[in-house]
Design a protein around this ligand. Structure first.
Ligand SMILES: [Zn+2]
Ligand SMILES: [Zn+2]
Ligand SMILES: [Zn+2]
Length: 530
């Protein structure tokens, strides 16, 4: 069954029913899923316990006391995770206040004084017992003093190193996207120096996997002064602003999809992103998608969100057969959200939604990263970026990819010449050549012939080894306890500039890796100036 194919029955032109005429084994699976979906099987699973997804003072107290155990053991991050869980379930203001107060103490012990002060304020806004009230005032004072005397390092807000491209504002104007049929090549329009930020893109959609209550639902900030949604137990926000901005959560607050496996959650959330792109006017969404599918787009859109959605919609789809079961699960999940149910009433609009879900699934399968296929909590995020997804893979890439919250950032990790193609590494976690080759074929259909997978020249470059800077850089681990010095970064830059023409070698890769560490330290503002 092909996506977006139409049928003409009783003079009514509509998309075909994707779930009709499927092999019988699917029908059984569909029924099993329907039962699961309707039986409210969707509880919070945390620390091997299950909890109904409703505010509950006792559950909150349980999490609270578990948090205290970790606090006693000076495991402050773990303690905060549990206090956050408790906050999501807390019913009364006084209970929340105490939890904010305890989190303030965690932040204090983690030397995060600005966050500590912010939490004391949240706590003092509630009815606190007297001794906690004075404790909060005391910590607010202590925190303020320490904040003014210690050097406080705020992470640096990244920005593009060049003016923005006019078509893709998240990309630098020194980069060009060439589409040639199905193939997309991204090249440098001019020479680009080392350490230049060429892309800074907010994800089209992203979900937290297994750590939903440790990040802000809207901006994905972590380890900050999170506040629970007042109405559900599923999400937290870092500010009133992020709470107000989340039109996706307004539609789905309290819905089961938040607690579903990540592959369903990501698909459903992408559908909600699509809908809210058109101010939740499903007729506009249908008109836009129908026009795009039949290539009858007449007006050019100037709305940034609609352009962004158009980019998402136009990304390469998975070439694998339609995963009907997954599409069915995501479609029925979306239809179980009351707002969606009220919109997609007619058979014609339901068929549209089926195909839209199918289309999103195929795009997400081909382009998203994180815990999409597996759901084993080993990923914190599953994320979907539109422009970053266009970059091709290399095991020896010239761009370093990093995510900050739900933003993807690409920085050159070596000098780039005009006309050079720009690459990212799709599987930076795979270091072993054999495993990498298998994963590239299995997950991306890429038969890699790069220098690293198929070395045509020696992998050890003794010339580089003899470079005196190499010895210094290769001993970089000794710097890590005290912080990475700016001079180390400078050494890497000089080395990589000097040996820019040299082919890939283990020595070069080591220096690139150290350089990447330096870039990350710099973004975190953790580089020391010696
Ligand atoms: Zn936020
Ligand atoms: Zn909510
Ligand atoms: Zn390779």
């Amino acid at each position: 069954m092909a996506l977006w194919s139409r049928e003409n029955r009783k003079n009514l032109v509509q998309y075909v029913d994707l779930f009709e005429d499927v092999p019988s084994e699917y029908e059984d699976e569909f029924k099993k899923w329907d039962q699961r979906l309707n039986n409210a099987d969707w509880k919070h699973k945390f620390l091997d316990l299950q909890h109904e997804a409703v505010k509950n003072q006792t559950v909150a107290s349980d999490f609270d006391s578990q948090g205290n155990v970790h606090f006693e053991r000076t495991e402050f991050h773990k303690a905060m995770e549990l206090y956050n869980q408790a906050l999501c379930f807390a019913e009364m203001d006084s209970q929340k206040g105490l939890l904010y107060a305890k989190r303030a103490l965690c932040f204090f012990n983690l030397y995060m004084y600005a966050e500590c002060i912010a939490d004391t304020k949240l706590a003092l806004n509630t009815e606190l017992p007297f001794e906690w009230k004075s404790k909060m005032n005391e910590y607010q004072e202590k925190g303020t003093k320490l904040l003014s005397t210690t050097e406080y390092r705020k992470p640096i807000a990244p920005k593009l190193s060049f003016d923005a491209d006019t078509t893709f504002p998240c990309m630098a104007n020194v980069v060009q996207i060439n589409k040639n049929g199905l193939e997309t090549n991204i090249v440098a329009k001019s020479d680009i120096g080392i350490g230049q930020t060429v892309l800074l893109e907010r994800a089209f959609t992203s979900i937290a996997v297994g750590y939903d209550t440790a990040v802000c639902f809207t901006c994905f900030k972590m380890c900050t002064n999170l506040m629970p949604c007042a109405d559900c137990t599923d999400v937290m926000f870092c500010s009133e602003e992020c709470m107000r901005l989340s039109d996706v959560h307004k539609i789905s607050c309290g819905n089961n999809y938040s607690r579903m496996p990540s592959y369903i959650k990501l698909v459903v959330q992408s559908i909600l992103e699509a809908l809210t792109t058109f101010s939740s006017d499903y007729l506009q969404l249908m008109a836009f998608v129908n026009a795009t599918v039949s290539r009858k787009v007449t007006e050019t859109n100037t709305d940034a969100r609609i352009l962004n959605y158009g980019q998402f919609f136009g990304l390469k789809s998975s070439s694998k057969p339609l995963p009907i079961q997954l599409i069915y699960e995501a479609y029925t999940t979306a239809m179980a959200i009351p707002v969606i149910q009220k919109m997609f009433i007619t058979e014609k609009s339901k068929r549209f939604l089926m195909h839209l879900v199918g289309h999103h699934v195929q795009v997400l399968l081909a382009n998203s990263y994180g815990g999409f296929e597996k759901d084993q909590n080993q990923f914190i995020f599953a994320s979907m970026t539109n422009v970053a997804s266009l970059f091709q893979h290399s095991c020896t890439p010239n761009l370093m990819q990093h995510t900050i919250g739900n933003q993807t950032i690409l920085i050159t990790n070596q000098p780039v010449k005009q006309g050079d193609r720009l690459y990212i590494d799709y599987i930076p976690q795979e270091h072993e050549a054999e495993q990498r080759i298998v994963t590239l074929i299995k997950d991306f259909g890429i038969v890699c012939t790069c220098a690293k997978c198929n070395p045509p020249h020696p992998m050890i470059d003794s010339n580089l080894q003899n470079d005196s800077s190499f010895e210094l850089i290769s001993q970089y681990t000794k710097y890590i306890p005290a912080g990475i010095p700016a001079t180390l970064k400078q050494k890497c830059v000089e080395f990589l500039q000097q040996h820019a023409e040299k082919p890939w070698s283990e020595e070069k890769e080591l220096v690139i890796n150290v350089y990447s560490q330096c870039l990350l330290a710099e973004l975190d503002n953790q580089m020391i100036s010696v």
